[in-house]
Design a protein around this ligand. Sequence first.
Ligand code: ADP
Ligand code: MG
Length: 701
Amino acid sequence: MREGKQVKDYYGSLVFNDGVMRERLPKDVYRAVHQTIENGSHLKLDVANSVAAAMKEWAIELGATHFTHWFQPMTGLTAEKHDGFISPEKDGSVIMEFSGKELVKGEPDASSFPSGGLRATFEARGYTAWDPSSPAFIKDGTLYIPTAFCSYGGEALDKKTPLLRSMDALSESALRVLKLLGRDDVTRVSTTIGSEQEYFLIDKEKYLKRKDLMMCGRTLLGAPAPKGQEMEDHYFGVLKPKVAQFMHELDEELWELGVPAKTKHNEVAPSQHELAPVFETANVSVDHNQLTMEIMKKVADRCGYACLLHEKPFAGINGSGKHNNWSLSTNAGENLLDPGKSPQDNRQFLVFLMAVISAVDDYADLLRLSVATAGNDHRLGANEAPPAVISVFVGDELAGVLQSIEEGSRFDGSGGSKMSWAHVLPHITQDTTDRNRTSPFAFTGNKFEFRMPGSSLSVAQPNIALNTAVAEELDRIYDVLKDVPEKELPEAIDRMLKDLLSQHKRIIFNGNGYSEEWIKEAENRGLYNLKALPDAMPHLLSEKNRNLFKKHGVLSDVELESRYEIFLENYNKEIHIEALTLLEMIRKDFTQGLVSYMKDVTNEALKKKQLLPDLPISYESDIIHTLDQTSEIIGNKIHQLRDDTDQAEGITDPLKAARYYHDVILKDMEELRFYVDKAERIIPDGYLPYPTYGQLLFSLR
Ligand code: ADP
Ligand code: MG
């Protein structure tokens, strides 16, 4: 498709986008589809038939033979089942068919996807429904149709459904507030998202020798390499030629699919990289992030790499996150979080800003929950990632504006001043906010950046929580202002902003989020510090959070309860698999290296003693002693972990099991690892059947 072509000529060439629809659909059908996308109006069957026919023609011209309803079940991955367009004729020939009904609705067997008790296996039927707001595309000869997935009873079994519902809720609440502010021109408010994706690239041959990486996505043992990231020489460093080639191929594949991959660079840890796209409407952006993760893995494999998306593949060096840049945009493209030249006079901006700040304070537990996974727990609170405590960074200028609101005084801080550091260089304007990399939730000029999501997470999750919480705060703002006569509105708004600020200022923190003092200070302020998933999960079912999701029609009680179970089960299963993998790797792979090294050193020492009885063998005996002592402890700890893992299997309550996995199994694993790593430091690399940290992290060319 793209050979010899310029980017503008192949960008989006595999997407059934607006341009293609305008060109290929009859005018009235095109208009009807737009109505559905913009206002959520119901799509009639004859319209669907017409769209299906055009889609089929277009897809077949591009070489497609199959179609699939592409959905996002609670596994966090995507799912697809391919059906051919073919329909055999009596004369032995075949025609290609695709109906409106097939476009709009699918009926996959739902019984093999996580449902958290929502669906007994005898009611295995599930439905997928076309989401026309995210464009269909072609990949590997198949037409992909983005869909939502629900059970026979209509309960959401996926991540897209609640995301779409939360976007609708937020739009509705934002519109009501905007109307109060005199903005009758706005008809829809969308959430916009740009999700920066971090990842590691590892040599494929080496990856295939590590059971822990293959089965769990992270190393479960491994002594640190002599060099880590302390030289700060990788971040924004020169791209190695093969890595640059990988990034180039990745960009091309993504661009063909209309994914706006924009920025690429080396990250802080060795072998760690980042890709950032241009922001898009939340729903499309989430689909595109799923595609990005999938295509990263595929292109990496082709280039001789394994792409690691785990949040903490290596102990002791940075993990990978997925910064969720979030804002609100009107149908005319106005960014509601753009402060303009003088934020102090921009009431509309201040209202939306305070709605977000209040939402983060009132629903900090939900935001924490929305990023809670076994993998991300290793990252949050480690010294390179935001802590598990949520706070909001607003920067000096906005802090000044907010302070003057609180004090009822006039803010006359100056916006961006001119900077110059050498005469030959152009003068540039200073930004009104500096960066604060340590804040989990930072205002970055005209959007918020939520930095807690982990690299493998479906970015739908944090946005479901954020959209719904902000919708709720906007409703409360509307209630305060709705009966105020128009000419008293400005003062009423100022009063309300002041009240909100005094209620929620505890969540604002502009200092170093990584410091010990902040964690103590946060506790004094009464902020949540939900360290691990089992600490956070009970909050999902609190009355406050149930009411929030129910009121805004985002998740019903049963849907929420099913998610609670699924999250816990995923956590428990993941750690269980890790424990079994660690045991297997130690017993089969590590022990082999340990024993053969001990044998060789012993034999060497014996030989030396026979041939040269006067020479000391203290070096050799020292090695044998240390390894012998360590291996005895390892033996005991293996028994402990095995017994405790058996024990864990017997716990039926998922929350109790999660606590056990966290408190007992993870601790066993860490202790075991400590001694294995201690031994690994002494054993030469060649004795181990798997590559060490140094080989894994510094092998890219
Ligand atoms: P950083 O300084 O964190 O590297 P950038 O300013 O380059 O960030 O932007 C990071 C991400 O934020 C990009 O994916 C970008 O598209 C996204 N972004 C920018 N504006 C918005 C917005 N209004 N809404 C959502 N995301 C946005
Ligand atoms: Mg960023």
